[in-house]
Design a binder for this molecule. Structure first.
Ligand SMILES: [Zn+2]
Length: 303
């Protein structure tokens, strides 16, 4: 059955090549318009896959772009025009290498939670329950307290984005401005993050933006009906979530499911693609495990 496959940053070119070998062995990798054709009932073969890449990490330009070019493949990418124009970082890349204990300390101070109640908690998962303004307060506190300077941007710059757009290899869509967990934000912030990312990206690329990927992307945890309405108003026709499902003609086009591939050897990737949610190791280790953990934290700390 047709699939949308998702990548984020790629650290190892060989891993990416191996993964594409498996994907191309199992599917015909198709451009975005074939997915549109599928939903319009016009596609003959069902054995198709479309590649997507979220965030616009520099490896999108340095690894993914040349490899796709060499193989004659295309993909959709989802970026923030703000991060690209400002050459800054999303909160999770700014804090990616922070010391876990020190970060937990800052979270406790910010949220007024005693350190003993935060023992053993994964800070990244806890931060995904907060608003952007709270997250950045925690990061600024960490930087000040532990003398940790702001990082240089880990994302593509405007010239690189424009070069990728010109290549014809990429369908470029929006991914908010600051990568909030949209459902944590107030109405006005969620609307601004969505609509401004679409209009500003459109201005940079001189065309209408009709595709979008939700940050984090879990249905009814990271976004819901409110976000879908904002997208409709902004003219977006296709929006991608994260759900471990094949495509179906009945999908809500503003919550299209995707398979994420981020690690594992060729056998692992092959099994994950073939058996998906039915494959026990996938279910145990990777399928919405963090979602369950976040719901637990949400209850515990009443966030
Ligand atoms: Zn993202």
């Amino acid at each position: 059955m047709p699939k949308i496959i998702n990548f984020h940053e790629i650290h190892d070119k060989d891993w990416f090549e191996d993964t594409l070998d498996v994907i191309q062995d199992l599917y015909e990798v198709v451009p975005f318009y074939e997915i549109q054709n599928f939903y319009n009932g016009k596609v003959k073969t069902k054995n198709i896959a479309h590649l997507t890449v979220d965030d616009g990490h520099i490896s999108t330009y340095s690894i993914i772009y040349p490899v796709l070019k060499k193989r004659g493949l295309t993909a959709s990418i989802f970026v923030s025009p703000k991060i690209i124009e400002e050459e800054s970082n999303f909160w999770f890349s700014e804090s990616c290498d922070y010391d876990k204990e020190k970060l937990i300390f800052c979270i406790g101070e910010m949220l007024n939670i005693k350190p003993e109640n935060l023992m053993g908690i994964y800070p990244r998962s806890l931060m995904k329950l907060l608003r952007l303004d709270q997250i950045w307060k925690i990061i600024r506190l960490y930087q000040k307290k532990f003398n940790s300077p702001a990082k240089i941007s880990q994302y593509v710059n405007l010239n690189q984005l424009l070069e990728m757009e010109k290549s014809g290899i990429f369908e470029i869509g929006a991914h908010t401005l600051n990568h909030p967990i949209l459902s944590n934000e107030k109405d006005a912030t969620a609307e601004f993050e969505i609509t401004k990312s679409i209009t500003r990206l459109g201005e940079l690329l001189h065309r209408n933006i009709t595709t979008f990927a939700y940050p984090n992307g879990s249905v009814n945890l990271d976004f819901g009906p409110r976000e879908i309405e904002f997208l409709k108003k902004s003219g977006v026709k296709y929006a991608y979530s994260f759900e471990f499902k094949n495509l179906s003609p009945n999908n809500n086009l503003l919550a299209i499911p995707r398979y994420g591939l981020y690690h594992g050897n060729k056998d692992f990737i092959r099994n994950k693609l073939r058996y998906g949610a039915l494959w026990e190791p996938v279910k145990k280790q990777f399928l919405n495990n963090e979602d369950k953990y976040r719901r637990k934290l949400q209850k515990k700390f009443r966030l």
